[in-house]
Design a protein around this ligand. Structure first.
Ligand code: GTP
Ligand code: MG
Length: 398
């Protein structure tokens, strides 16, 4: 389409001087004008049916996991070759996890319970820098022995105190299955697998809405600091005329990994202690008390096998959710909403450039657990209506 528009705009020699020598030339110019209007109209019509979504967030915040869920929910999911391709990433996740755990054991002076496993530890640490060793089953045999060691389990119990990827336990528990030559990663394995994004990933899919198909263009970018300079490229493409809608479209805040938060708190992570270390970033955490409606809203979003029962009873407590989990998630939500509304000053260098950057944005929040397809499906349904409404409003349709 863009090519078509460009070709129509390509100036002829008459256009350059804007002088029409004859009635014939004037007629031709009029005709081309008409063609341009027609193409632009058509383009606008097509753009109306297309919604561009940009997923932004820090590294490991779950952007690619949300994109994978969109593929599962709205596209055809993953075919066999895509599944098999994930095996080496999964094995790499296992290698990364066990090396981090062994280093932590060393630091915390936790010995291996079974002395025979020291051979396995030496093997793994010797191979730590070898990018190919995860491919060998011998490697996984050693990891399996180590993971079953009581000393290793003690170290894992203290893992809230050091940086370990979220999928470590999930894949370490699955080594016997992963070692099998018949292993094919399931949807859940793919969702759990960590591989950092280093280029802009573009996914398209269509969603039925009110009797017609709405096209979604989703851009997933890398969240690591070195990757963030690439974000501007995507902003450019979504804001360029006639894709201008991108810049002022709704901001949807996903407060993700609520299950990880719950698990860390259950394993002894003291959030009050943590927030005290960064009082400027987390002001007044200790004094904060979530309202009854805040609590109910969080519990409704929190994944559970009997969520329906919870919703019906409109309960403000649940035996499987620690009060600190609710307090922390709701606190984070309030913090972000204050920032978006401009009620809380961000650091100087951000506010200096655009003090009213939040003007013109609508911001909605969702508590999410990106590895849970039911949760994401519910959240995406809510987002879809909001995005479509804002989009139509922008084009003056409603
Ligand atoms: N338990 C749990 N794990 C999650 C959740 N969301 C993402 N993860 C895991 O967190 C890890 C990182 O997720 P990604 O989707 O790769 O993160 P990202 O934001 O794309 O990271 P970059 O590409 O580096 O910017 C993966 O192992 C995911 O399975 C969640 O809600 N709960
Ligand atoms: Mg990613």
């Amino acid at each position: 389409m863009q090519e078509k528009i460009k070709s129509l705009f390509r100036p002829t020699s008459e256009d350059r001087f804007n002088i029409y020598q004859s009635a014939e030339e004037a007629k031709n110019a009029k005709l081309r004008n008409k063609q341009i209007s027609k193409v632009l109209k058509q383009h606008k019509k097509e753009e109306l049916k297309k919604l561009k979504i940009l997923l932004l967030g820090t590294a490991e915040s779950g952007k690619s996991t949300i994109t994978k869920q969109m593929k599962i929910i709205h596209s055809n999911g993953f075919d066999m070759s895509e599944r098999l391709e994930k095996i080496s990433d999964i094995r790499r996740n296992i290698q990364q996890s066990i090396v981090v755990l062994l280093s932590a054991m060393d630091r915390m002076k936790i010995p291996l319970h079974n002395k025979d496993n020291e051979l396995s530890r030496d093997f793994i640490m010797k191979e730590a820098g070898n990018p190919e060793s995860h491919r060998r089953n011998e490697f996984l045999d050693h990891v399996e022995k180590l993971w079953n060691d009581a000393g290793m389990q003690e170290c894992y119990g203290k893992s809230h105190g050091f940086q370990l990827i979220d999928c470590a336990k999930y894949f370490l528990d699955k080594i016997p299955e992963i070692k099998s030559p018949a292993y094919v990663p399931s949807d859940q394995d793919i969702l759990r697998c960590r591989s950092l994004t280093t280029s802009i990933q573009h996914t398209e899919f269509e969603v039925p809405d009110g009797g017609h198909q709405v096209k979604f263009d989703v851009y997933d970018v890398g969240g690591q600091q070195g990757e963030r300079k690439k974000w501007i490229q995507v902003f450019d493409s979504v804001t360029a005329i006639p894709f201008r809608c991108g810049l002022f479209v709704s901001v949807l805040l996903f407060i993700n990994k609520i299950d990880v938060l719950a698990e860390k708190i259950a394993r002894g992570r003291d959030i009050a202690e943590l927030t005290k270390l960064y009082p400027e970033v987390f002001p007044n955490f200790e004094k904060f008390t979530p309202s009854k409606s805040d609590i109910m809203e969080f519990l409704e979003a929190y994944p559970s096998y009997n969520n329906e029962t919870c919703k019906k009873s409109r309960s403000v407590s649940r035996h499987d959710v620690h009060p600190d989990t609710i307090k922390t998630a709701v606190y984070i939500k309030h913090l972000f909403m204050k920032i978006v509304r401009g009620e809380l000053q961000l650091r100087q260098r951000i506010t200096q450039q655009a003090p009213n950057w939040h003007d013109g944005h609508s911001c909605e929040y969702f508590y999410t657990c990106a590895i849970d397809t039911n949760n994401v499906q519910r959240v995406l349904n809510g987002c879809r209506s909001l995005i479509i409404q804002n989009h139509l409003r922008r084009f003056g349709i409603i």
